[in-house]
Design a protein around this ligand. Structure first.
Ligand code: HEC
Ligand code: HEC
Length: 231
């Protein structure tokens, strides 16, 4: 009896130190996506109830940071309105597992995502997807326009528009809309892909595309996709 008790305590403290370690190094235990795993998870996404998502958005206090309909309240935080449901669903899974944890700002979302079931995530995602997408500024200089439409063969950057849509309206599956992403959030995201602190992208695609870009190019792209009100 005594032995089994001390064994149980030993197990418990081992589990707790494991937990403490995971908490100190978020994302360290989370496994990166393979294309097969990602496509299976998106296929298994629960059938969503938009109305329930709307209720959760208020009752889970998402609205306090993300606005009444998912519109960004700060130029440093993302907008969620009009975003593709698959992308939002994947982000909530990634925050929950700790795979997405690029900086201290992600800790707010990790705490939130830990409270959600997969059904909650799908319902919230459907609610945001049903809201109108913010309108992007869409003013680009010739080099920025070229980067968006044609990419850069020398540095192997595929045109952003080929995946994210010509107007940043989003592509297929988890490829997000970029239209209306606030400037500072856009820049921070590109820098985090570039330095690898954001590494939840499947097949490392965004890490590879962000790396060769200069600060000036990223800033010009941020201007292009920024909401009209940001300008
Ligand atoms: C305390 C403020 C706060 C609350 C409450 C909050 N969020 Fe967030 N959310 C943020 C911040 C800040 C970020 C950007 C974090 C980062 O850079 O990783 C974010 C990012 C996100 C993203 C990623 C968007 C993208 O474009 O990649 C999603 C999706 C999201 N939040 C959904 C939710 C949902 C759903 C809830 C409610 C269950 C919620 N948030 C509650 C502050 C908050
Ligand atoms: C091969 C397709 C592809 C190309 C080309 C591409 N992206 Fe992406 N991008 C993605 C996918 C998929 C994601 C979602 C990654 C994830 O799961 O976190 C993404 C995510 C992003 C995000 C994060 C959005 C958010 O809300 O956090 C930004 C910003 C972004 N891309 C900008 C760009 C820019 C700028 C270019 C052109 C230089 C570009 N992308 C080229 C597929 C692509």
């Amino acid at each position: 009896m005594k032995n089994s008790l001390s064994f149980a305590i030993g197990l418990l403290s081992a589990a707790m130190s494991g937990m403490a370690l995971a908490a100190e190094v978020p994302g360290s235990c989370a496994v990166e996506w393979t294309p097969a795993a990602l496509s299976q998870v998106l296929k298994d996404m629960p059938k969503a109830d938009t109305q329930r998502g709307k209720v959760l958005h208020s009752s889970m206090f998402c609205a306090s940071c993300h606005g009444v309909a998912g519109e960004s309240l700060s130029t440093n935080w993302p907008s969620l309105n009009g975003q593709r449901a698959e992308y939002t669903y994947k982000m909530l899974l990634d925050y929950q597992s700790g795979l997405r944890f690029e900086d201290a700002k992600s800790s707010m979302m990790k705490v939130e995502a830990e409270l959600l079931t997969k059904q909650d995530m799908a319902d919230l995602a459907a609610f945001y997807a049903a809201q109108p997408l913010p309108v992007a500024a869409h003013v680009a200089s010739v080099p920025t326009d070229k980067l968006i439409r044609k990419g850069d063969v020398a540095s192997l950057v595929t045109p952003c528009a080929s995946c994210h849509g010509l107007h940043g309206q989003g592509g297929i599956n988890e490829t997000p809309a970029l239209a209306g992403l606030p400037r500072e959030y856009f820049i921070r995201s590109m820098e985090n892909f570039s330095n690898g602190s954001r590494h939840n992208d499947g097949v490392q695609a965004m890490r590879a595309f962000a790396k060769p870009l200069t600060r000036e190019q990223i800033s010009a792209l941020a201007d292009y996709y920024a909401p009209v009100a940001d300008k």
